[in-house]
Ligand binder design. Structure first.
Ligand SMILES: [Zn+2]
Ligand SMILES: [Zn+2]
Length: 151
């Protein structure tokens, strides 16, 4: 992922995961924003409420294995990612990793171009991409079926 692409992605994530294309073009000092967001692996363009919007996308997922033998998913406590982990206040602490920039995670974040994102931005991005993270019964907040996807 190029630096420009990473900057655009970070800005969108900081804006709750989606932005109007016009706002994006105004707020990011990157040449050719529209070309960058045409990358279907990282961005989804849609029309929502008459506005041309872009939604950040990622293939990155949290590891769901109880005992992991090695994978290319993020090793992070789901509750920690979402904001607060009640287990961390217990005496024995949480059994799941609370360190975003661990030796396992950093190369994976770099591979997905997400190393510049902080925990909150990453949480936004993963939330709208990984249904595992959503509470049961809810739908993905940004990528909705009623949005008309531009192709
Ligand atoms: Zn794993
Ligand atoms: Zn935890």
């Amino acid at each position: 992922m190029s630096e420009a692409e990473a900057a655009v992605l970070k800005l969108i994530c900081a804006n709750h995961g989606s932005m109007s294309v016009d706002d994006l073009e105004e707020s990011v000092c990157v040449f050719n924003v529209r070309r960058i967001i045409s990358n279907r692996e990282k961005f989804v363009c849609c029309r929502s409420g008459g506005e041309h919007k872009v939604v950040a996308k990622t293939e990155l997922r949290l590891c769901k294995a109880k005992v992991c033998q090695g994978c290319n998913n993020l090793h992070l406590c789901r509750k920690f990612l979402l904001g607060s982990c009640p287990s961390s206040r217990r005496r024995r602490g949480c059994q799941l990793p609370h360190q975003l920039k661990s030796d396992h995670n950093v190369p994976i974040l770099v591979e997905h171009g997400l190393q510049e994102l902080d925990r909150a931005e990453l949480c936004t991005l993963l939330l709208q991409n990984d249904n595992f993270l959503l509470p049961p019964g809810s739908t993905t907040p940004n990528i909705r079926n009623d949005d008309i996807l531009c192709r």
